[in-house]
Design a binder for this molecule. Structure first.
Ligand SMILES: C[S@@+](CC[C@H](N)C(=O)[O-])C[C@H]1O[C@@H](n2cnc3c(N)ncnc32)[C@H](O)[C@@H]1O
Length: 251
């Protein structure tokens, strides 16, 4: 058994360091005020949160049951219709705010080639681990869907500048309203890691400049549209809706 020494308060770090040296054990330093540990387990990479309001470990797992329920023709059909599945063949979609990749997975399951952009390093690492595991999955459905997903670590505003793509999909962060523990965990993660003020500035404009066919924005059902320009049309759902912008109509 490997035991590491750590301190639960920054003030105890020197004492912990001395104890580790005395006992010949490794020291986990700088952990005292960490809110979460990014842990490599034999199966996967996971973010294990510490502290009183911490949820359980967060990882990206495309083999989990929840995504199976979101399969073709299920309640995500509006997402497929919003990006134009059925209207065009072989659509390529840039998911410019990839997060934990669930919407991307649904789009890839609908047959789209999906480029996922994620700028937050920890979210990127969790997502990369999930996609790589998905591509190696023994479940042929999961493996095939994940083969259609390509992840890039980038700020979408920079990546989209000068790019020419079919469809850009945007899902800005918004407060959790749904009850499932899974959503709460994800929202907890995003709230810890992301700067709300900087989440979305300039992204709609960059998407409209790069997209040839459509820009789709996921919004809470009753929230106002993003930015000043009105969407060309909206596809409503129970808790969320998709605002569709047609770039060729001009900004
Ligand atoms: C609400 S989450 C998206 C959830 C995702 N649709 C899903 O199904 O898991 C928003 C994500 O967009 C990322 N993000 C925000 N602005 C970005 C930007 N300019 N470039 C790249 N990623 C960005 C955030 O780091 C965050 O992970």
């Amino acid at each position: 058994m490997t035991i590491a020494v750590t301190a639960s308060q920054p003030g105890q770090l020197a004492a912990a360091s001395a104890l580790a040296a005395e006992l010949g054990l490794p020291l986990l330093d700088q952990v005292a005020d960490a809110r979460a540990l990014l842990a490599l387990t034999p199966e996967r990479l996971e973010l294990a949160a510490t502290g009183p309001d911490a949820p359980g470990a967060i990882a990206v797992d495309f083999t989990a049951g929840a995504l199976r329920h979101r399969r073709r023709g299920g309640h995500n059909e509006p997402l497929g219709r919003a990006v134009g599945v059925g209207k065009w063949q072989d659509i390529s979609v840039v998911d410019a705010t990839a997060g934990l990749g669930r919407d991307s997975f649904v789009l890839a399951d609908l047959g789209c080639q999906v480029t996922l952009l994620e700028r937050e390093p920890v979210v990127f690492a969790l997502l990369r681990d999930g996609i790589e595991r998905g591509q190696r999955s023994e479940d042929p459905w999961v493996a095939e869907v994940c083969q259609r997903m390509t992840l890039v670590r980038a700020d979408a505003r920079e990546w989209l500048a000068g790019a020419a793509v079919d469809v850009v999909y945007l899902d800005p962060m918004f407060p959790a309203r749904r009850k499932s523990a899974r959503v709460k965990k994800d929202m907890w993660l995003f709230q810890q890691l992301l700067e709300p003020a900087d989440v979305f500035g300039g992204l709609l404009e960059a998407a409209l400049a790069a997209a040839g066919k459509r820009v789709v924005v996921k919004r809470p059902a009753k929230a106002p549209a993003l930015g000043e320009r009105a969407p060309a049309f909206q596809l409503p759902g129970k808790t969320v809706r998709f605002d569709v912008y047609l770039p060729e109509a001009g900004i």
